[in-house]
Design a binder for this molecule. Structure first.
Ligand code: ATP
Length: 290
């Protein structure tokens, strides 16, 4: 008999061919606070199946928290986070484990295991989560490395790779189990422009060829606008703008304009909102300050 957890996982991630259900991730009126500190406020967001969607916003606006809600690391105080129709907060134990197993994650600091070869790094999730024979693990690792353009590097150690190559190996490892959902957190950080373009192109290609749904938190406006299907902008825990890359580029929203063109001041102020004026701080009583 099939164990209950694998049945749950199968239901959770079955692709419903031809189904009208085309929303893969849905945030419904989600509010979340760390302790007393509100981070997300009544937030609504959807990611259609098979699409690549970016979340952009200033530092500390709650973007990574969105990913943590999807993986079930934290739970909302109110509202629902649904993945393929299932409320993540209702999952626990084995079902939550299976939910996470079906996700690939590529994080900015998702470092490789430095004492394992490239081959063993990519094989790691296959060894952890499957009982595939060694010959099949070998073939899968070679195929995943080929998918990121790094076939032939399997015997190298992480210390022998450039930063861009290491990120590609991490990507090969993230897709080792053919995830239904990919979560990217700042996948472009610290890369030179060529490696950045390569990773961006790969993320898009993998999404298209594997039919994966993907959500990407990023500050890199230009690379992401070239590859994503849709963008949400988050500020102060709320979605303040959204649209296709074309709509974002053409937007006259001051907030979007400031973000897209990297202006230092605008709706997001350059200066911290100090309680006292500069003149007061410098002891010039009675003069107008800045
Ligand atoms: N475990 C935690 N406990 C308390 N506060 C936290 C915790 N994790 C994050 N925060 C705070 O919650 C806010 C949102 O964090 P989050 O990491 O989601 O932001 P972000 O938009 O991803 O930021 P960045 O772009 O700088 O990575 C931040 O102010 C952060 O300091």
């Amino acid at each position: 008999m099939r164990p209950l957890f694998s049945f749950v996982a199968a239901v959770l991630y079955s692709t419903h061919p031809g189904s009208p259900l085309d929303t893969f991730i849905e945030f419904r009126n989600v509010s979340f606070a760390y302790g007393e500190r509100p981070i997300l406020k009544n937030l609504n967001l959807t990611v259609p199946r098979g699409k690549l969607v970016a979340i952009m916003g200033g530092s500390g606006s709650g973007k990574t928290t969105l990913l943590r809600l999807i993986s079930g690391q934290v739970r909302p105080q109110s509202g629902e986070v649904r993945v393929n129709g299932v409320d993540v907060a209702t999952l626990s134990g084995r079902a939550l484990y299976e939910h996470r197993r079906r996700m690939g994650m590529l994080f900015q600091f998702g470092a490789l295991f430095t004492d394992l070869s490239v081959f063993e790094n990519v094989a790691f999730p296959l060894r952890e989560h499957t009982r595939l024979p060694e010959s099949m693990i070998r073939d899968l690792v070679i195929m995943k490395l080929a998918a990121v353009g790094l076939r032939g590097t399997q015997d190298l150690m992480p210390g022998e790779l450039s930063g861009g190559m290491a990120r590609r190996v991490a990507l090969a490892r993230a897709i080792a189990l053919d995830p239904a959902l990919m979560l990217y957190d700042e996948p472009f950080t610290g890369l030179d422009p060529i490696s950045l373009g390569v990773i961006g192109h790969l993320i898009k290609k993998l999404n298209d060829t594997l039919g994966t749904t993907a959500l990407m938190v990023t500050h890199d406006v230009h690379t992401s606008l070239d590859i994503v299907d849709y963008v949400y902008f988050v500020a102060n825990g709320e979605i303040i703008a959204e649209g296709t890359p074309e709509a974002v580029r053409a937007s006259d929203s001051p907030w979007v304009r400031q973000f897209v063109s990297g202006q230092p001041d605008g709706p997001v102020h350059f200066a911290y909102p100090a309680a006292r004026t500069l003149a007061e701080d410098l002891g010039f009583q009675g003069e107008s300050g800045v």
